[in-house]
Ligand binder design. Structure first.
Ligand code: SF4
Length: 285
């Protein structure tokens, strides 16, 4: 497979230079290098600029309601475990409206991959501050600066029991591609906080701002990604330096492993059994 096999005939609507391109290319290359075919992949999109990728990425796709991409993907995986299921959604969608779903999916360890396009703004609605925006960040919704502390998606994912927790940067698509490949191959819920500059509305967290700060966990030969305490410590580093890479990975039973009724054939390939519902209907009539 090639990257082009995952591209539709439709042109991108993202602003030229948008960080979404780095994620898009890295994901298509990851799918191709893993030998996956478009018909074996379901991409579930949230609402936001990242969600517009539904039009130009060639896989099965579902454009979900705002904040509901994760439970939609979990449901799809339960119905057809043969699919590779990936969520692509923004930080407003996932860390705002969808926050509760995020935490419970981490707890349950459903076997899907979740990529958050972290640009610290609601860009599709012209640049309001998202929950990941740094304290004091000024946007049209918060002209005096945001009061709340920023959500740290990596620390949060670790605290909620994430079995694969990573961070990548759109400006380093090669490393991001490798993270995506490892995440897709991971058995369980894999989460990637993808730093994605919005060049139109966020004039602070730019490509240069990140390039001056990011360093790779892979460069530290003593970093042990099975050590949760080390992962937590590293996840709290944000500011002058920002770590990227796979923070933590362990293998524990997935959500489906606890459901014996899902063993055997995938649900959608089983015969549909229509039971006699008349007594039930009578009870409610
Ligand atoms: Fe990308 Fe920002 Fe443009 Fe949206 S508004 S397409 S996030 S640069």
């Amino acid at each position: 497979m090639k990257e082009a096999d995952f591209t539709t005939k439709y042109e991108s609507t993202w602003c030229p230079g948008c960080g979404n391109f780095g994620l898009w290319i890295a994901m298509k290359q990851a799918l191709a290098e893993l030998g996956l075919k478009p018909e074996n992949v379901l991409m579930v999109y949230g609402i936001g600029c990242s969600g517009n990728g539904v039009n130009f990425t060639k896989t099965y796709a579902w454009h979900s309601l705002h904040g509901r991409a994760v439970p939609t993907a979990v449901g799809a995986k339960l119905a057809n475990k043969e699919l590779t299921v990936i969520v692509m959604a923004g930080d407003g969608d996932g860390m705002g409206e969808g926050m509760g779903h995020f935490i419970h999916a981490l707890r349950g360890n459903a076997d899907i991959t979740y990529v958050v396009h972290d640009n610290k703004t609601y860009s599709l609605t012209t640049g309001q501050a998202a929950p990941t925006a740094n304290k004091g960040y000024k946007a049209k919704s918060t002209p005096e600066g945001i009061i709340e502390q920023a959500v740290n998606p990596v620390s949060l994912a670790l605290a909620a029991g994430g079995s694969f927790v990573a961070r990548g940067f759109a400006g380093q698509a090669d490393q991001l591609k490798e993270i995506f490949k490892a995440a897709i191959q991971h058995k369980g819920f894999s989460f990637i906080d993808a730093l994605q500059p919005c060049i139109t509305f966020n004039k602070i967290n730019t490509f240069k701002w990140y390039l001056d700060r990011v360093y790779s966990l892979d460069d530290n030969s003593e970093y042990n990604r099975t050590d949760i305490k080390q992962a937590f410590k590293e996840s709290l580093i944000w500011g002058k330096k920002i770590p990227v890479g796979i923070f933590y990975q362990n293998n524990r039973a997935t959500y489906s492993d606890h459901l014996p009724q899902l063993k055997g054939k995938t649900l959608i390939k089983r015969p549909v059994q229509v039971r006699n519902v008349a007594p039930l209907l009578k009870e409610f009539s």
